[in-house]
Design a protein. Structure first.
Lengths: 338, 338
């Protein structure tokens, strides 16, 4: 049998009922059970469905952003901070200052790109993860509210990221700045570094990419293995594939600045990856980590028991979330200059 | 709702057909497809079944060991080596010498414990992984053919491991020796270090634990998530749970030397973990890695796309296998003394 034939052999996996495991903290158990209960109640978008018009996209995006924003008060209560709205190089940014700044790191900055499939979590909904990063690192975080489709497909987000980065490096050493983000924000973190390499610009001192969306073609194995297993991002087909196409536009989903797995990571700064065993982007994460290691980059992989996609953000009261952001903060401590 | 109630909420995952992914090498694709084809043909033990008598155990063990041994000629053709049978402290060992020894590492040794659920892969079937470790490290490997049930349940395996280790440290510095193993062999690697700590003996210079069986109670989340997904070790219930009970005997599966996840990893030597995204012991691996990090141990986690349990041993012609053992060899290079 030839190789092409072998690829078509499928493995049959029977239906299963996944109990919430006893092997995680009570807080993460509550998150996992809450997601399972929501799925059982038929919550969320219909499976396989994607908006069919710009108007439909905008309606759904507004609804989902409002849901994301609903967690802001509880987050702010646990992690007090100030948020200052501004512009850098014409791009909207929010500077998050945690209640406790570490004076030893006052010369450093973190730059944050929010997740949401390059369509969701714009505006006020963009800073949840930035608040957690600021709290756990004791550093100021500049969260970039990059332009998104349907009005602004690729390369608007990358252009905004580069513009902000260039402005920041005019006043501070690149090696004293780290860049981080989750999901699409993790992908954009990698795309920024790939683009800066192309431009011959100085790269950040370190990167932290959480469950990064690195392969928008949907080829990664965990898209099938963890379909319906992941409680946050449960299926690629439908809405997520729609966001991929909406974002990529004419460039297509195989463009290396859209799907960084097709890029060349040689020369990248030290990078930490975070994911979970239920994460539908477990493979997107692992493949990018392996590609970096193969390119000789200093890379660190952190995987959390029973965690779904980006759940370390949503279960922000869990010890697992503190461990995830603590690892990221320590990684920046080790690799950023003053 | 109280926490106990939340644990009972289940997540429904529909039946699925997993295609062999395009995101791995052709060699690993062939392995994945071969395992899927064997499952489709109804190969392997009946699901949920376990032997009910010592005689049944011995029959099945002999059959499975013969299957494992069948890969030896192909392995030897790719990785030429010599195998010298001997005894150390009354324990049967096989010293594997690869065709090419690295003279810079001549003062070092690796100690190997085979996998197989503490029941399988005894005797001539025990050295497959040792051959790969020897080849990729350029070091001599002492593979320990520890006693196993049904005749010799716990603590015979740990006692044998300790006896061999003590004899080896009488003639060579512990810091110049690394210990490695996969599955039960990874668990025994951790159990040995836990026992040496208890005894106040010097610990190995470094450990490499591949998809280690750290929780024989079956609580890890990937036992359910990757059930029937993993092509090598497809289900915990039945045969594997039977091996766990057979091995643990009167000590029970929660004994920390049976299930090292219940042990205290403080003071452990640097440890590298290897697993795959389809691995049914992904969670056993990740939980032990996290526990080590929490205890302040230098630990490194390597995860491979679409790999099932221990598949880096069985797909020994794949580039992924070479990367896995290359990472382990480099880890020993970095952490062992001369």
């Amino acid at each position: 049998m030839d190789d092409a034939g072998l690829i078509e052999i499928a493995r049959e996996v029977p239906a299963k009922r996944l109990k919430t495991p006893s092997t995680v903290s009570p807080q993460l158990q509550r998150s996992i059970s809450g997601l399972a209960a929501a799925a059982a109640a038929g919550g969320g978008l219909p499976q396989g469905w994607a908006p069919q018009s710009v108007a439909e996209w905008k309606t759904v995006i507004a609804q989902m952003d409002a849901q994301a924003l609903a967690m802001a008060p509880a987050l702010a209560a646990l992690y007090p901070h100030t948020c200052e709205l501004g512009q850098i190089a014409g791009v909207t940014v929010r500077e998050i200052t945690p209640a406790t700044l570490d004076p030893a790191k006052s010369g450093r900055r973190l730059v944050h790109f929010h997740g949401g499939g390059y369509a969701l979590n714009g505006g006020e909904a963009s800073t949840g993860e930035a608040v957690l990063g600021a709290h756990h690192s004791g550093m100021k975080v500049i969260s970039v509210d990059y332009r998104m489709p349907p009005d602004h497909p690729f390369p608007a987000a990358v252009d905004d990221a580069v513009a902000v980065w260039r402005a920041l490096t005019a006043e501070r050493s690149a090696s004293a700045m780290g860049v981080f983000g989750t999901s699409a924000g993790g992908g954009l973190t990698l795309a920024l570094a790939l683009k800066l390499k192309d431009l011959g610009e100085t790269l950040p001192g370190a990167l932290a990419t959480g469950t990064p969306w690195t392969d928008l073609t949907g080829a990664s194995d965990s898209y099938q293995v963890n379909a319906a297993v992941d409680g946050v991002f449960s299926n690629f087909d439908g809405f997520a594939a729609g966001m991929a196409a909406l974002y990529a536009g004419e460039a297509g989903v195989t463009h290396p600045l859209v799907s960084p797995i097709f890029g060349d990571f040689a020369g990248f700064p030290p990078t930490i990856f975070t994911t979970g065993t239920r994460d539908i982007l477990l493979s997107d994460t692992v493949r990018a980590y392996r590609a970096m290691r193969a390119a000789g980059v200093t890379a660190q992989l952190e995987v959390h028991e029973a965690m779904s996609h980006a759940e370390y953000i949503y279960a922000f009261d869990s010890p697992e979330s503190a461990v995830a952001f603590g690892d990221i903060a320590r990684f920046f401590d080790e690799h950023l200059s003053n």
